[in-house]
Design a protein around this ligand. Structure first.
Ligand SMILES: Nc1ncnc2c1ncn2[C@@H]1O[C@H](COP(=O)(O)OP(=O)(O)O)[C@@H](O)[C@H]1O
Ligand SMILES: [Mg+2]
Length: 511
C-alpha cells in the first residue's frame, strides 16, 4: 500500500519541554488514521508540523514518497496537505463561498463568485457536506462551519486531510454525519488523519490508530486488532478501569422534585416546557441531551441564577421545600452543591491559589476560621487532604495559582470542593469530566459513585452518553425543554451490561 505521509524521528521542543520526541509514523494512502493521546501528549504539535505551521528541530518528513520541508502552511497546501483546526478559522462576516476562496485567490472581488459557488455546491453534495454557499458564516451552526472548513480543503484539492479533535463540538448525529463524509473521502482516495481522545470514535472510524504519550509515539496498531482497554493503557501508561463498578443500591426518599417546570426568556423564547423529574437519595439521575435543549436553563433555575425578567412556571422542591426563586446562597444552605458547566467562568478564580479555590463559596464554614480571620493551617490541611483524596497532580510548590494546573486537575479541585461540602443532600453535576483525561475521569467517576453510596441524591447532566450509562441509576432524555423519555433503573442496568447499542437507543430520544 502506498504511503501518503511518512515521518521519521520528528522532535520538537518548546524550551525544556519535548512536545514531540523522536516520532516516526507512516500513514497509508486512502486510509483513515487516528491519532490519540491524553491532553498535552503532543498530537496538535505533530499535526501542525505536518501542516507546515511548526518546524521540527530534527527529523524528516515525506509526502507521497517525496522528502518535504514545509516552511509554511501555503507550501503544505501546495503539496496537497490540508488541516481543520480545533478552533475554526472562518471569517464570520463573510459568506461560505467567500470564506472558501479567501486566501486562495488574491482578490475575491475579481472572481466569478457565482460559478465558484456552483462548484462548491457540487463538492458539497458529493460528500454530504451540504451548506448554503451564500449564507453568512455567522449564521451557521458549528457543524455547518466545520463542513465549510472541509469544503475549503477540498476546493484547494487537498489529498491529505488532518482534522484536530473534529468531534469535540459536534452532537452525536453530527458526528455520525462527519464520519460518513470522512469514509466517502477515503473511499475516493483521500488520506485522513483524525485526532481525537474518544476511544469509541477511534474504533468506529479508523483503519489504523497511533497512540502518543508525553511527546512520544507509543505504538501504531490496526484498529481491527485492538480495543478500548488496550488503547487506554497505551495512552495512560497503566491499566485504566473504563467502567467503574456501579453496583445497584436501594434508594430512599425523594430529595429533588421538579414538576412541569417551564421557562421563557425575557425575549420570550421558550427554553423549558413542562420538565418533570424526581431524584431520590442514593440515586444518580442522568440527563441525556444535545446541548442547547434546556440544560443551562434548568441549572440556572435550580441554582437561582436565572434572569428574573423571564417567566417561570411549575415548581422545584428540595427536601420538601419550594426553592424556585431562592438565591444561590439560600439553595446551597439547603445542602445543595453544584458543579457548573463552565468552570472557567463560574467555578474557579484563576489567580487564586488551590487552597483558596478549595473554599470558594464555603468560606463561611467554621472549620476554616480562627477568630475573625481564616485559619491558614486549616486551609493548608484541607488542600493537602483534597490533593491526596482526589489525586490532584501538578501542584509542585505549596499553594500554586489554580491556573497553573492542567484543565483536568482544575476540574478535580472543583469536584473535591463541591463534593466535600458538609451536610450535603443533593449534588448537581454538569459535564463533570469535560476536558478531563481518561485516567482522571476514572477517579472522578469513582468519587461520584461513592457519593451516591453515601446516600446523596445526584443529578448528572452530561453530553457524553457513555458517561451517563456508566454512572446513572435512571436516565431522562431531554429534548426541547422537557424529559421526553425516561429509562428505568432496570433498563439502564441492562443497557450498561449490554456494553453497546444502548447509547444509540438513548440517542434516538434526544434528536
Ligand atoms: N507554542 C507552544 N509553546 C510552548 N509549549 C507548547 C506550545 N504548544 C504546545 N506546547 C506544549 O507541548 C505539549 C504538547 O502539546 P499539544 O501538542 O498541544 O498536545 P495535545 O494536542 O496532544 O493535547 C504540551 O505540554 C503543551 O503545553
Ligand atoms: Mg491538541
Amino acid at each position: 500500500m502506498a504511503t501518503a505521509v511518512k515521518l521519521s524521528g520528528i522532535t520538537k521542543t518548546f524550551g525544556n519541554l519535548k512536545a514531540n520526541d523522536n516520532v516516526s509514523l507512516s500513514i497509508a494512502s486512502a486510509s483513515i488514521h487516528a491519532l490519540v493521546g491524553e491532553n498535552g501528549a503532543g498530537k496538535s504539535t505533530l499535526s501542525n508540523i505536518i501542516y507546515g505551521l511548526l518546524h521540527p528541530d530534527s527529523g524528516m518528513m515525506e509526502v507521497d514518497g517525496k522528502a518535504v520541508k514545509f516552511k509554511s502552511a501555503r507550501q503544505a497546501i501546495e503539496a496537497g496537505v490540508g488541516m481543520v483546526h480545533q478552533h475554526f478559522m472562518l471569517a464570520p462576516t463573510l459568506t461560505v463561498t467567500e470564506n472558501i476562496i479567501l486566501g486562495k485567490e488574491e482578490s475575491r472581488f475579481s472572481l466569478p463568485t457565482r460559478r465558484i459557488g456552483k462548484e462548491i455546491g457540487r463538492l458539497a453534495t458529493q460528500h454530504g457536506l451540504d451548506v448554503d454557499p451564500g449564507a453568512l458564516v455567522s449564521t451557521l451552526s458549528v457543524g455547518e462551519q466545520q463542513r465549510v472548513e472541509i469544503l475549503k480543503l477540498l476546493y484547494r484539492r487537498a489529498r491529505i486531510l488532518i482534522l484536530d479533535e473534529p468531534t469535540a463540538v459536534l452532537s452525536p448525529p453530527e458526528t455520525a454525519r462527519l464520519f460518513a463524509t470522512l469514509r466517502s473521502l477515503a473511499a475516493e482516495g483521500r488520506t485522513i488523519l483524525v485526532i481525537t481522545h474518544k476511544l469509541d470514535e477511534v474504533l468506529a472510524i479508523s483503519d489504523t490508530v497511533s497512540v502518543m504519550r508525553k511527546g512520544a509515539l507509543v505504538g501504531t496498531v490496526p484498529t481491527a486488532s485492538t480495543g478500548k482497554e488496550e488503547l487506554a493503557r497505551m495512552m495512560v501508561g497503566r491499566d485504566v478501569l473504563l467502567r467503574t463498578a456501579n453496583p445497584p443500591q436501594a434508594t430512599s426518599k425523594t430529595v429533588l422534585s421538579i414538576d412541569r417546570l417551564s421557562y421563557r426568556t425575557p425575549q420570550g423564547v421558550e427554553k423549558l416546557s413542562g420538565l418533570t423529574l424526581r431524584v431520590r437519595a442514593g440515586e444518580i439521575y442522568g440527563i441525556a441531551g444535545v446541548e442547547g435543549n434546556g440544560q443551562s436553563e434548568l441549572l440556572s433555575l435550580l441554582w437561582g441564577t436565572f434572569e428574573r425578567d423571564g417567566t417561570t412556571g411549575g415548581s422545584i422542591t428540595i427536601d420538601g421545600r419550594q426553592t424556585l426563586g431562592l438565591s444561590p446562597a439560600e439553595v446551597a444552605a439547603l445542602g445543595v452543591s453544584m458543579i457548573p458547566e463552565d468552570r472557567h467562568k463560574s467555578a474557579v478564580i484563576a489567580e487564586y491559589g488551590i487552597e483558596q479555590n478549595l473554599i470558594l463559596g464555603r468560606h463561611r464554614e467554621k472549620a476554616f476560621h480562627r477568630g475573625i480571620g481564616f485559619n491558614r493551617q486549616a486551609l493548608r490541611e484541607n488542600a493537602a487532604a483534597m490533593i491526596e483524596r482526589y489525586d490532584v497532580r501538578g501542584a509542585a510548590e505549596t499553594n500554586p495559582p489554580i491556573a497553573s494546573l492542567s484543565g483536568g486537575n482544575q476540574q478535580k479541585i472543583v469536584v473535591a470542593r463541591e463534593m466535600e461540602r458538609p451536610l450535603l443532600k443533593l449534588l448537581v453535576l454538569a459535564q463533570p469530566t469535560r476536558g478531563v483525561d481518561i485516567g482522571a475521569i476514572e477517579q472522578i467517576h469513582r468519587r461520584i459513585i461513592e457519593a451516591r453510596k453515601s446516600g446523596l441524591a445526584i443529578l448528572l447532566i452530561s453530553s457524553e452518553l457513555e458517561e451517563l450509562v456508566a454512572l446513572s441509576t435512571r436516565i431522562g432524555c431531554l429534548y426541547k425543554g422537557a424529559i421526553r423519555h425516561e429509562f428505568s433503573e432496570e433498563e439502564v442496568r441492562q443497557g450498561r451490561e449490554a456494553e453497546s447499542g444502548f447509547e444509540q437507543e438513548i440517542g434516538m430520544h434526544i434528536t
